[in-house]
Design a protein around this ligand. Structure first.
Ligand SMILES: Nc1ncnc2c1ncn2[C@@H]1O[C@H](COP(=O)(O)OP(=O)(O)OP(=O)(O)O)[C@@H](O)[C@H]1O
Ligand SMILES: CC(=O)N[C@H]1[C@@H]2OC[C@@H](O2)[C@@H](O)[C@@H]1O[C@H](C)C(=O)O
Length: 367
């Protein structure tokens, strides 16, 4: 097994920054040693958002953004290494997810696209880089996402307790770690993404810090019902989604039915949507003892309070309470996936993604 120190890099759907983490991996543990969040320049963020929402672009724009993000991801790794005081020779490999700009697992020719050229990352850092983690699973008929449930299982499962792990990023995804049953996991729908987009549109803020604005609004039951009627929520797993589906146009379209809704009420209703779509899935899967929450949404008091209220008898708590940093979870997962790739171990779970078989994931960019 290729045990050693790895760097994991994740730039998620929220586009709030590039998460980088240094971990030491051996056969049984993944120990976090240092973490860092690298800023994404505002113009790059706008370009990514435009592509993610299907706005017209050119191959030149996409190609240049791929190179620019590759350099940015490499710079993020170098910044973490400076902070941790480590050299390239200390690191076995980087696991770099890249930036998802398109995810269409149900297309005629299913596709998922992560940009941020890993050749740039390897060249800039002098460290072997593993990337392109999703497409081999898709080539075997899987969704290509989510990939973290295996990592959640490795770190947070319990032999006798029913546990579920919820990541509330731009999209929210739930991992079901139930004793005696195969691991399952899927995207429940929007996490923070619509709340972020709505406050950006109305107040020019990137997110609703501590849900201050959402908590000042009231739930709009009609709007919530309209949102909940979206077909995605009732789809059986395996399933995964993204900005291609849940975006500001989706929300604006529903709002045409309720044009006089106060903006803060829309925000409150979006928080409820995130909590309710998760809670429905937790209950549908038979409930659990612990719902462990990671991702930035674990800091949203509106969503967390509503989750607790909708799930009486279930302890809802941050993964930090169970020894794993909720902010670093995804970046750690990609370090772990790189370790599995270099060790020749499968990284996907057919019970999660629906792929025909387990497989080693990713492409290796050696130095
Ligand atoms: N104090 C806070 N109050 C409310 N929301 C918060 C707070 N801190 C972070 N968030 C939310 O968390 C988001 C960032 O979450 P995270 O970093 O998990 O996203 P991500 O990595 O893009 O996720 P993913 O890849 O899972 O979609 C922010 O955009 C914001 O909506
Ligand atoms: C296509 C894509 O990038 N999907 C992300 C996204 O962000 C959260 C959710 O949607 C999840 O399915 C996935 O990321 C995590 C890391 C995963 O693959 O498990």
């Amino acid at each position: 097994m290729k045990t050693g120190r790895y760097i994991g890099v994740m730039s998620g759907t929220s586009l709030d920054g590039i998460d980088v983490v240094l971990v030491a991996i051996d056969e049984h543990t993944v120990a976090q040693q240092c973490s860092y969040c690298h800023p994404i320049p505002a113009d790059a963020k706008q370009q990514i958002l435009a592509i993610c929402q299907g706005q017209p672009t050119t191959l030149s724009t996409l190609g240049q953004l791929d190179t620019r993000l590759g350099r940015l991801l490499g710079e993020a790794v170098l910044a973490l290494m400076a902070q941790a005081g480590v050299q390239p020779r200390d690191i076995t490999a980087i696991g770099c997810h890249g930036q998802t700009v398109w995810h269409e697992p149900e297309a005629g020719y299913p596709c998922t696209m992560q940009i941020g050229d890993n050749n740039q990352v390897a060249a800039l850092t002098g460290i072997t880089t593993v990337g392109d983690f999703r497409r081999r699973d898709m080539a075997l008929g899987g969704q290509g996402a989510p990939l973290v449930p295996g990592f959640h299982h490795a770190l947070l499962s319990h032999p006798d307790e029913r546990r579920m792990v919820l990541n509330i990023g731009g999209i929210a995804n739930l991992s079901l770690l139930l004793p005696g049953l195969p691991i399952r996991g899927y995207d429940t729908g929007p996490g923070n993404m619509l709340m972020d987009a709505w406050i950006w549109r109305n107040k020019g803020k990137p997110y609703d810090k501590d849900a201050a604005w959402g908590l000042s609004g009231r739930l709009h039951q009609g709007l919530l019902s309209a949102m909940l009627s979206d077909g995605y929520f009732a789809l059986p797993a395996p399933k995964s989604t993204g900005r291609e589906h849940f975006n500001l146009s989706w929300l604006n379209h529903l709002l045409t039915r309720y044009p006089s809704t106060a903006p803060e009420d829309v925000q409150a209703t979006l928080g409820e949507l995130t909590a309710m779509t998760v809670a429905d899935q937790v209950l549908l899967a038979g409930g659990c003892e612990h719902l462990l929450v990671c991702g930035g949404g674990a800091r949203n008091p509106l969503v967390m309070a509503r989750l607790s209220a909708l799930l009486p008898g279930i302890e809802v708590s941050p993964t930090d309470k169970f020894g794993v940093s909720g902010d670093d979870m995804e970046a750690m997962a990609f370090a772990w996936l790189a370790f599995r790739t270099l060790s020749g171990l499968p990284g996907n779970l057919p019970s999660v993604t629906g792929a025909r078989a387990e497989t080693v994931l990713g492409a290796i960019y050696p130095v």
